[in-house]
Design a protein around this ligand. Structure first.
Ligand SMILES: *[C@@H]1O[C@H](CO)[C@@H](O)[C@H](O)[C@H]1NC(C)=O
Ligand SMILES: *[C@@H]1O[C@H](CO)[C@@H](O)[C@H](O)[C@H]1NC(C)=O
Ligand SMILES: *[C@@H]1O[C@H](CO)[C@@H](O)[C@H](O)[C@H]1NC(C)=O
Ligand SMILES: *[C@@H]1O[C@H](CO)[C@@H](O)[C@H](O)[C@H]1NC(C)=O
Ligand SMILES: *[C@@H]1O[C@H](CO)[C@@H](O)[C@H](O)[C@H]1NC(C)=O
Ligand SMILES: *[C@@H]1O[C@H](CO)[C@@H](O)[C@H](O)[C@H]1NC(C)=O
Length: 625
């Protein structure tokens, strides 16, 4: 009893005293998962195989950061737009000194000195590179090479790890251990090359003056160009400036980089005034930028062509983050860094001036599922799983960017409520909790409450939910990603329209609903390997939406206001009525018809597609904000 009192009164001292007792140094299980379906334990890795262990220390003041984030992002709050500085954010995510000490003691017991460890600026992450044999001792576990049955891909992972019991409260997460997760680009639907599109006929209607009702060229019903998006989303005639305070970023993962020659050809065709302009390139963890035409990524080309084509001449940045399985498990080099979102987030959080809007067209099911990825010429399937402990930390980093004034945008996925497998008979929407029951598969990071996620539409007049693949949408299953206040009314209203008991046990109605918004998602005309192709996916919707957000920031700067930052509280309140409501189509999956696009918000197309002109008026209005 007394001990409890002591802990309560002297939280920084009492646990240290506890640490001295050997009983509390005994190892206890920190995390245990079931391996996702389809992965089998294959062999032992070489004891010398190196892993880069990342240790996340708790952020005891994260709740305060979250409160600041919501205040500065709420258009009805007096602090709207007063974003925090890098230093202020770092102070709010810093761990307790006691956590630093406890983890430090544990590391030094295994021979690590300060110079062997890498720390994030806020010291909330510690990284060390160790042979797997040592990682096994430190985490009292056994790593295996896991192989995926379908694709033959390998990962070095374990299904559980342990830590001394006194460390449990000082460590949130250690990876790579239990995470079988990996990014997938959402470009599910590259139109095959033998259907090479006709040359673009420039039959576009004369742009009417900006702000008035614009006519949309009928060709936009089947081929999306920069001009189509400007017409559909009421941005015709808006001229952005090359204000160096403004910026837009695209992230690329796996081996994707964007080809500059293709970008120039695209500009010549669709954005002539942008010809000869380009973007800044950053490589993280060995991310590639091999400008060889044949090596460029179709996803990266799509993203830069549309995001930067829409936002020209706003300064543009492309990030290529390396660290991609499959890898050779016998190599001793740490090629298996596997957590690329966090690697990019770590990098960008160290930047004094991160890009003010960033689009990412990658993601994976929160829990487990079969994801089909179509490269230009081959397709493979793989199963993934992201433990909540890890997802929560990635999401916390997204919140930090929001608090600093960055709008973080993600595609919502291409699998509807399910796994994206076009054959319902072989869809695997099966839980990874040992029960093996059917469950919808929400997409992460689209389900992070601090991200803005973008679903897909198609056609014009009316614009409907995309149907060649299905707009990812639904409700988060992570216990901590509960419905945020900003979407309380919108999601409740939607849920009240569902037939009683429908999809009971397939989703969590209390979870964060996504996507937030949507944009055209199919038949984008891009240049790839010196040829025009048509491509689709919410991969296309996200950079398109981000391009418009960059233009909104431009308008904000012109009105002597700061960047928009975290968008959702604005979008669901003052912004909601500006969206083009999408009420046709649905997002099937897991053997169901999925949800319907309905009046108001729905987990297929969110609030709808943007009207740039109307949003611009709101975000630059003297009185409204
Ligand atoms: C757009 O294309 C769809 C599918 O081909 C068609 O059903 C629809 O009528 C077209 N809409 C317009 C406005 O041309
Ligand atoms: C920005 O635009 C101005 C006017 O068009 C031009 O003179 C200047 O060189 C541009 N700056 C950059 C950095 O592109
Ligand atoms: C782009 O650069 C090339 C080579 O410097 C030049 O010939 C061309 O006129 C430029 N085009 C535009 C539109 O600025
Ligand atoms: C880029 O790709 C080409 C073609 O595959 C290859 O010959 C070249 O070595 C690569 N360069 C780099 C730096 O990887
Ligand atoms: C769930 O699936 C796994 C892997 O397919 C299997 O090993 C396990 O026995 C199944 N559990 C139940 C309760 O069916
Ligand atoms: C979707 O709409 C159809 C037709 O109105 C209706 O039959 C179905 O029950 C709706 N589905 C859901 C999930 O609301």
């Amino acid at each position: 009893m007394q001990l409890f009192k002591l802990v309560a009164l002297l939280p920084f001292i009492a646990p240290l005293a506890l640490a001295a007792s050997s009983k509390d140094c005994a190892y206890k299980t920190k995390e245990e998962v079931h391996a996702p379906h389809g992965w089998i334990k294959h062999s032992k890795p070489s004891p010398d195989h190196k892993v880069s262990l990342r240790i996340g220390l708790p952020q005891p003041n994260f709740g305060i950061l979250e409160q600041h984030l919501y205040e500065v992002s709420d258009p009805d709050h007096e602090r709207y737009g007063q974003h925090l500085s890098k230093e202020e954010v770092e102070e709010l995510v810093a761990p307790h000194q006691e956590s630093l000490d406890s983890v430090g003691e544990w590391l030094s017991a295994f021979g690590f000195k300060e110079e062997d460890v890498t720390r994030s600026p806020a010291k909330d992450w510690v990284s060390i590179t160790v042979p797997v044999s040592l990682a096994e001792k430190m985490l009292d576990t056994t790593y295996h090479v896991w192989k995926h049955v379908g694709s033959g891909e390998s990962l070095v992972r374990t299904t559980n790890y342990r830590l001394p019991s006194n460390l449990h409260e000082h460590v949130d997460v250690v990876q790579p251990t239990t995470s079988f997760g990996r990014f997938q680009p959402f470009k599910s639907t590259v139109v095959p090359f033998d259907e090479e599109p006709e040359p673009l006929v420039n039959s576009l209607v004369e742009a009417e003056s900006f702000g008035s009702d614009v006519t949309v060229d009928p060709s936009c019903n089947s081929t999306i160009t920069i001009s189509c998006l400007q017409q559909l989303y009421n941005a015709v005639g808006y001229v952005a400036s090359n204000n160096t305070k403004n910026s837009i970023g695209i992230t690329g993962y796996l081996e994707q980089f964007a080809n500059i020659q293709d970008l120039q050809t695209f500009y010549a065709e669709q954005r002539p005034d942008a010809v000869n302009s380009t973007f800044k390139f950053f490589s993280i963890d060995g991310g590639l930028n091999n400008q060889t035409l044949s090596e460029a990524g179709v996803e990266a080309n799509l993203d830069v062509q549309f995001a930067f084509g829409l936002s020209h001449p706003i300064p543009a940045i492309f990030y290529s983050t390396g660290g991609r399985p499959p890898f050779n498990p016998d190599q001793t080099t740490p090629t298996n860094t596997n957590e690329p979102y966090q690697a990019w987030l770590d990098f960008v959080l160290t930047q004094k001036n991160p890009p003010l809007v960033v689009s990412t067209s990658y993601g994976e099911p929160e829990q487990t599922g079969k994801v089909t990825k179509f490269w230009a010429d081959k397709s493979t399937e793989a199963l993934f799983s992201v433990p909540e402990s890890y997802a929560r930390r990635v999401c916390a980093s997204i919140a930090q960017l929001g608090a600093r004034g960055v709008s973080v945008i993600f595609s919502s996925g291409d699998g509807g409520v399910g796994d994206g497998n076009p054959n319902p008979a072989t869809q695997q929407c099966i839980t990874n909790d040992g029960r093996n029951v059917t469950r919808f598969l929400p997409t992460f990071p689209a389900s992070c409450p601090f991200a803005t996620s973008v679903g897909g539409t198609e056609h014009i007049d009316p614009e409907v939910a995309v149907s060649r693949f299905f707009s990812g949408g639904g409700f988060s299953d992570y216990q901590q990603f509960l419905r945020p206040a900003y979407q309380q009314a919108a999601t409740r209203k939607f849920l009240s329209t569902l037939p009683d008991g429908l999809y009971k046990d397939l989703y969590n109605p209390a979870g964060r609903g996504f996507p937030d918004v949507s944009a055209q998602g199919d038949r984008y005309r891009i240049w790839y390997q010196n040829r025009p192709i048509l491509i689709g996916g919410t991969s296309a919707s996200s950079p398109a939406f981000a391009g418009l957000v960059a233009l909104l920031n431009d308008a904000r700067f012109k009105a002597k206001k700061g960047p928009l930052g975290f968008l959702n509280p604005l979008l669901y309140s003052k912004g909601a009525s500006t969206f083009n409501d999408v009420t046709g189509g649905r997002n099937p999956g897991c053997g169901t018809l999925g949800f319907n696009a309905t009046e108001g918000w729905d987990p297929v197309t969110g609030l709808g597609t943007p009207n740039f002109g109307k949003l611009k008026d709101i975000v630059t209005s003297r009185f409204a904000l």
